[in-house]
Design a protein around this ligand. Structure first.
Ligand code: PEP
Ligand code: MN
Length: 331
């Protein structure tokens, strides 16, 4: 149950109530308590102390449309997603920051294409310890340079809790990767950050587990959470993962969080990415995240799935009309 306390209730009393209800206390403009969802009826002595309350059927709580009907708005310097905006955000860039020349070419390409958010990883959660692990801090500094030089917003990922502070400092949007979705240290720290967090779905996690991971961030006090479906593991091996668009319909229906889809990691091969992206945009979501690279064949990670600039430009040109057809605007 989510309980908004009246402003006349002080912190000490709120803490006592939280303790009694085994609730998490979130202190913002108002004090909000979130108790386990099994609490379905507000104890009668609390009626006079509460300004509103919402009982939800399971632990999709702060993320639930039963609590907040509208999709949450996330504001950036010159655009926003969610809320009333109807915008579908394009995010692109290489899988990893490799060299200054490579990331600068990618940044210039974003500007040329009207893309406002550049993606690239510096701490890569690779499946093998012998693969390129990312440039670390050096990569973050290069991204910082691109932000200043080209006026782009930066999204980059956190792999583990050892560098979460650095990534929060340098990123405009912090990406929590699929393999880190269950990392409580990262989730809890991001709950205290004042930055939007893009949380990717673990490829073996259910939708309930995915949204509950988002609840860790929300209940920490950070309400800027974006969900990212990036493909789940099924019996199919012909493609890298399986993009769960049914799951996207579920998330749209049940949650109030903006949704950004990542068809690149789902497909794993460049040939399918453009068609999948169009399917994603047609779902009426808040954004798409596409890997692109100046020379995909030479990429230091995820070489097979990154679009070259010609392929990306053709895709980008096809999206405006598609977004308009579902009542949205590409930004
Ligand atoms: C990435 O975005 O490059 C990445 C590693 O994604 P994921 O965590 O979805 O595998
Ligand atoms: Mn990648």
């Amino acid at each position: 149950m989510i309980i908004h306390l009246k402003s006349s209730i002080g912190l000490n009393e709120a803490q006592e109530i939280a303790h009694r209800l085994q609730a998490i206390l979130i202190e913002k403009e108002e004090i909000v308590l979130v108790s386990p969802s099994k609490l379905q009826e507000l104890p009668s002595d609390l009626f006079a102390k509460v300004s509103s309350f919402t009982a939800v059927p399971n632990d999709i709580q702060l993320a639930s449309r039963l609590y907040k009907k509208e999709t949450r708005e996330i504001k950036f310097s010159n655009f926003s997603i969610g809320g009333e905006s109807n915008s579908t955000l394009m995010i692109t860039g290489p899988c990893s920051v490799e060299t200054e020349e490579q990331i600068e070419t990618a940044a210039k390409f974003c500007v040329e294409q009207g893309v406002k958010v550049l993606r690239a990883g510096c701490y890569k959660p690779r499946t093998s310890p012998y693969s390129f692990q990312g440039l670390g801090k050096e990569g973050l500094l290069l991204l910082d340079k691109m932000r200043t030089k080209y006026g782009l917003q930066i999204i980059t990922e956190v792999r583990d809790a050892s560098h979460v502070e650095e990534v929060i400092e340098y990123a405009d949007i912090v990406q929590i990767g699929a393999k880190a979705m269950y990392d409580q240290g990262i989730l809890r720290r991001c709950g205290k950050a004042n930055k939007p967090i893009l949380l990717k779905r673990g490829f073996g996690s259910t939708l309930q587990e995915f949204v509950q991971a988002a609840e860790f961030i929300l209940s920490g006090g950070n309400d800027q959470v974006i969900l990212c479906e990036r493909g789940i593991r099924t019996f199919e091996t012909g493609t890298r993962f399986t993009l769960d668009l049914c799951g996207v319909a579920f998330l749209k229906e049940k949650t109030n969080l903006p949704i950004i889809l990542d068809p690149s990691h789902a497909m794993g091969y460049a040939y399918g990415v453009a068609d999948l992206t169009r399917a994603c945009v047609a779902m009426g979501v808040e954004g798409v995240l596409i890997e692109s690279h100046p020379r995909p064949k030479e990429a230091w990670s995820d070489a097979a799935q990154q679009l070259n600039f010609e392929e990306f430009a053709a895709l980008q040109a096809s999206l405006k009309a598609l977004a308009n057809a579902v009542g949205r605007v590409m930004v």
